[in-house]
Design a protein around this ligand. Structure first.
Ligand SMILES: CC(=O)SCCNC(=O)CCNC(=O)[C@H](O)C(C)(C)COP(=O)(O)OP(=O)(O)OC[C@H]1O[C@@H](n2cnc3c(N)ncnc32)[C@H](O)[C@@H]1OP(=O)(O)O
Ligand SMILES: O=C([O-])CC(=O)C(=O)O
Length: 379
C-alpha cells in the first residue's frame, strides 16, 4: 500500500466509463457535451425536456417522441396526498433541500416496486422523479409561506410550470426561457460529487430513491451546489459594485474562498456554462434589476485580478435566480430540479454496467496496539 499514489480528493481519477457527459480540454478551451452534443448548441436550440430525454435515452427525441415525453412528465407532476401531508408537517424553517431529500425518501416508501431495476422500470421512476421535483419544491415554498398551493398546469413547459407553481402567476416568455436555459445548463456534469455519490449508492444496487437521496444530500454542500446560495449572500453583503474589489481582496488576504469560483476540472480554463449564464444574467439584468449582475461582474474582475480564478456554474446562477424572484434558500433546489435528469441517467448507466465502487484508504493511524481492559486505563 505505501508505495501506491494517493489521489487526494480523487483528483483526475477515472472511476468508470460513461457515455453521458464529455468534458475535454482542447487547445486551452473546455468542451462540454451531453451525449456528444455541445452545450452551447443545446443552450441555443434545446429545451430542458429535450435534454432530459437526451440524457435518459442517449438520443435527441423526434418531434413525436418529445411530445410524448413532455406529456408523460406533465401527467406525473402532481404529488400523492401523503407527500403533500408530509410537506405540511415539516418545519417551515427546514432548509428546502432537507425537505426535498425527505420527500424523495417518502416517495420511495410509496413505490411497491422500489427494488425493481429493469431498464423500463428505472426509466419510469426517473421520469416520475424529474416530473415531481419542481412540485415538491414549489409546494413546500408555498406551504411554508402560508400561501395556497398552485397545482401544476398542463399547458406549461417544465420550466414555466415551476415558476407558475412557485409564484402563482404565469411567467413572462423571457422568464420562462431563462429558467429553461438554466435547467439545460445544470442538467449533467460527468462525475461531479453528487453524481458520484449517486453512482456509489447505485453500485451497491441500492434502490433509485436511496441513490437520489445520496445525491441530493451531497449537492447541498457549499463546495458543490450549495455555492450559489452563498454567492447570493456575498452579493448582498457587497451591496454595491464599487465595494467588490475591496471585499474580494480582504477575503483572499484572510485565506477565505470566494464562493462561485474555482473548479476541480476547469483549472485555468473557463467553464463553458459560465459563458451562457453570464449572458443570461446580463439579459435579465437589462430587463429587471441590474444590481446583482453589476456586482457579479465586479467580483469576477477582482477574483481574476487577485487570484486568477474563473467563475463556476454557481456564480452567475445566483443573479439569474434573484432576477427570477427565487428566494435564496431555493437556489440549490433549482440545481436539483435540473440535475435529477443527469443523476437518474447515471444511476441507470451504473445499474446496467455495474461493479461495486470501493476504493482503498492509505492507513496513517497507529497499528497493532494492545487492548487495555477498561479498569486498567486510569481516569
Ligand atoms: C456546481 C459546483 O459544484 S461548482 C463548485 C462550487 N463551489 C464553489 O464555488 C466553492 C468555492 N470553490 C472551491 O472551494 C474550490 O474551487 C472547489 C471546491 C470547487 C474545487 O476545489 P479543488 O479542486 O480542491 O481546488 P484546490 O483546493 O486544489 O484549489 C487550487 C487553488 O485555487 C484556490 N482556490 C480554489 N477555489 C478558490 C476560491 N473559490 N476562492 C479562493 N481560492 C480558491 C485554492 O486556495 C488553491 O490555491 P493555492 O494553489 O494558492 O493554494
Ligand atoms: O463537476 C463538478 O465538480 C461540479 C460542477 O460543476 C457540477 O456539478 O455542475
Amino acid at each position: 500500500m505505501c508505495e501506491k499514489k494517493i489521489h487526494d480528493g480523487l483528483q483526475d481519477v477515472l472511476a468508470c466509463k460513461s457515455s453521458i457527459c464529455r468534458i475535454e480540454m482542447i487547445d486551452g478551451k473546455a468542451i462540454l457535451e451531453y451525449r456528444g452534443y455541445d452545450i452551447h448548441e443545446l443552450a441555443q436550440h434545446s429545451t430542458f425536456e429535450e435534454v432530459a430525454y437526451l440524457l435518459l435515452f442517449g438520443e435527441l427525441p423526434t418531434k413525436s417522441e418529445l411530445e410524448a415525453f413532455s406529456e408523460e412528465l406533465k401527467e406525473l407532476r402532481e404529488l400523492p396526498p401523503q407527500i403533500i401531508g408530509l410537506l405540511t408537517h415539516l418545519s417551515p424553517f427546514s432548509h428546502p433541500m432537507v425537505v426535498l431529500r425527505t420527500a424523495i425518501s417518502y416517495l420511495g416508501t410509496m413505490d411497491k416496486h422500489i427494488h425493481h431495476k429493469s431498464h423500463e422500470k428505472s426509466l419510469q421512476k426517473a421520469k416520475s422523479l424529474i416530473a415531481k421535483f419542481p412540485t415538491i419544491v414549489a409546494y413546500f415554498h408555498r406551504i411554508r409561506s402560508g400561501q395556497n398551493l398552485v397545482h401544476p398546469s398542463d399547458e406549461l413547459s417544465h420550466a414555466a410550470n415551476f415558476l407558475y407553481m412557485l409564484h402563482g402567476v404565469e411567467p413572462t416568455k423571457t422568464e420562462a426561457k431563462a429558467m429553461d436555459l438554466d435547467l439545460v445548463l445544470h442538467a449533467d456534469h460527468e462525475l461531479n460529487a453528487s453524481t458520484f455519490a449517486a453512482r456509489i449508492a447505485a453500485s451497491t444496487l441500492a434502490d433509485i430513491y436511496a441513490c437520489v437521496v445520496a445525491a441530493t444530500g451531497t449537492l447541498m454542500g457549499p463546495l458543490h451546489g450549495g455555492a450559489a446560495q452563498k454567492v447570493m449572500e456575498m452579493l448582498r453583503e457587497i451591496a454595491v459594485p464599487w465595494r467588490a474589489e475591496e471585499y474580494v481582496k480582504m477575503k483572499l488576504e484572510r485565506g477565505e474562498r470566494i464562493m462561485g469560483f474555482g473548479h476541480r476540472v476547469y483549472r485555468g480554463v473557463v467553464d463553458p456554462r459560465t459563458i451562457e449564464l453570464r449572458a443570461l444574467a446580463e439579459k435579465l439584468a437589462k430587463e429587471k434589476e441590474p444590481k446583482w449582475f453589476e456586482i457579479s461582474r465586479a467580483v469576477e474582475e477582482a477574483v481574476y485580478k487577485y487570484k486568477g480564478l474563473f467563475p463556476n456554474v454557481d456564480f452567475y446562477s445566483a443573479s439569474v435566480y434573484a432576477n427570477l424572484g427565487i428566494p435564496d434558500d431555493l437556489f440549490i433546489n433549482i440545481f436539483a430540479i435540473s440535475r435529477i435528469s443527469g443523476w437518474t441517467a447515471h444511476i441507470i448507466e451504473q445499474y446496467e454496467n455495474n461493479r461495486l465502487i470501493r476504493p482503498r484508504a492509505f492507513y496513517v493511524g497507529e497499528a497493532g496496539r494492545k487492548y487495555v481492559p477498561i479498569d486498567q486505563r486510569g481516569d
